[in-house]
Design a protein around this ligand. Structure first.
Ligand code: AP5
Ligand code: MG
Length: 231
């Protein structure tokens, strides 16, 4: 099963992608995480990417499409993948469509996580992440059991906060979402792939609503196949 998660900054894409990974044994492909890993290398491209991310602007379509195309070809994606943060522009959505056709793959479901704008700043400003395993937390909504130990992997003193989680950058990221990412929604609506989920509910409730959509999707597929086979 191949899934796209779309939503503004702090909507819960990363949080839900990790839950979907566990439930459906598919791989989370977060373009934000991939870019931050590139920044960590400190090479020339990494430094350029850092400037773009920290400001809240978008990295170029060509680079993103190349990164995703290579990543999808890796063995661990064979059982399916969750695109978290990609596509983010109409050009990326069109390139993905073409790329998947060439690879004989398809998207089974697009989940849009809808969150009120005033909740976004609170979510993003309270976020912290384990730099060892990537588990995400929140000061108020999902605090770790201990201040300095990851619940998931037990790493100590591994919690970090993102440089782009400041008020100016978040405003710019939200702007980028509204102007450049929201216009891709009709593209998926026309293909009857789009499912809107209320992201204002708590993390477990959002996960339950997504599971309902994906399980419906799983049921639909064999039924369609049987129909196609004339049974
Ligand atoms: P990216 O890393 O994708 O950032 P983003 O889209 O701004 O989204 P976030 O990761 O901030 O939010 P999220 O939806 O994952 O929320 P989370 O689950 O963490 O991209 C960063 C940058 O990289 C971009 O700005 C751009 O520069 C570049 N980039 C990436 N992809 C690109 C592309 N395709 N093209 C061009 N450039 C690209 O949740 C947030 C917090 O809220 C957490 O603390 C969590 O615990 C909490 N939370 C989650 N769900 C709930 C809930 N239901 N209730 C209460 N709290 C919750
Ligand atoms: Mg994220």
């Amino acid at each position: 099963m191949n899934i796209i998660l779309i939503g503004p900054p702090g909507a819960g894409k990363g949080t839900q992608a990790r839950l979907i990974e566990d439930e459906y044994k598919v791989i989370q492909l977060s373009t934000g995480d991939m870019l931050r890993a590139k920044v960590k290398t400190g090479d020339e491209l990494g430094q350029k990417i850092k400037k773009v991310i920290d400001s809240g602007d978008l990295v170029s379509d060509d680079l993103m499409v190349e990164i995703i195309s290579e990543r999808i070809d890796e063995k661990d994606c064979a059982n399916g993948f969750i695109l978290d943060g990609f596509p983010r522009t109409v050009a990326q959505a069109e390139a993905l469509d073409k790329m998947l056709k060439n690879k004989d793959l398809e998207i089974n479901s697009v989940i849009e996580i809808v969150v009120d704008e005033d909740q976004i700043v609170e979510r993003v400003s309270g976020r912290y992440t384990c730099s060892d395993c990537g588990e995400g937390y929140h000061d108020k909504f999902k605090p770790a059991k201990c201040d300095d130990e990851c619940d998931e992997c037990g790493a100590e003193d591994s919690f970090t906060r993102r440089a782009d989680d400041n008020a100016i950058s978040v405003r710019n990221r939200l702007d980028a979402f509204n102007k450049q990412t929201a216009p891709i929604l009709p593209f998926y609506e026309n293909q009857k792939l789009l499912n809107k989920i209320d992201g204002m509910k708590n993390i477990d409730e959002v996960a339950k609503d997504i599971k309902e959509v994906l399980d419906g999707n799983k049921l639909k597929k064999p039924e369609n196949k049987a129909l196609r086979n004339g049974r």
